[in-house]
Design a protein around this ligand. Structure first.
Ligand code: AMP
Ligand code: ZN
Length: 112
């Protein structure tokens, strides 16, 4: 089994509070929230980082943004808005090397 924590969540080997799922994407609550609503959106397929992204990964990352739209609508932020953040590499603050989109909502500027 992979030692990637987000692959383990996708495989239901690690616990997570799941907010959204489709065939390509899983979204679950961040366990150290930086905003009143903080959800991580991950592709089910392991892609380490935007810095490792290839042409064939474009669709699945687009699907992450469609999941963000669905979350925004489901959670009542379609009008109020939210912040989407992707950290890339060491100086970009990336800690987990399975690409993910932070969905931050519920406060002014929705987190740092
Ligand atoms: P990043 O700095 O962009 O790599 O963000 C990684 C995020 O994953 C952080 O906000 C962590 O709080 C979060 N995180 C790490 N492990 C877990 C986990 N097992 N369940 C939920 N969130 C996690
Ligand atoms: Zn992974």
């Amino acid at each position: 089994m992979t030692d990637c924590v987000f692959c383990r969540i996708v495989a239901r080997k690690n616990p997570a509070d799941i907010e959204f799922e489709d065939d390509a994407v899983l979204a679950f609550k961040d366990n150290y929230p930086k905003a009143p609503v903080h959800v991580l959106i991950v592709p089910k397929r392991h892609i380490p980082s935007v810095m490792a992204m290839e042409r064939g990964d474009a669709e699945i990352l687009g699907r992450c943004f469609l999941a963000a739209r669905a979350l925004g609508e489901a959670k009542g932020f379609a009008e109020r808005g939210y912040r989407l953040r992707v950290n890339c590499g060491p100086e970009g603050g990336q800690v987990v090397y399975h690409v993910h989109v932070h969905f931050l909502a519920g406060g002014r500027a929705s987190g740092a």
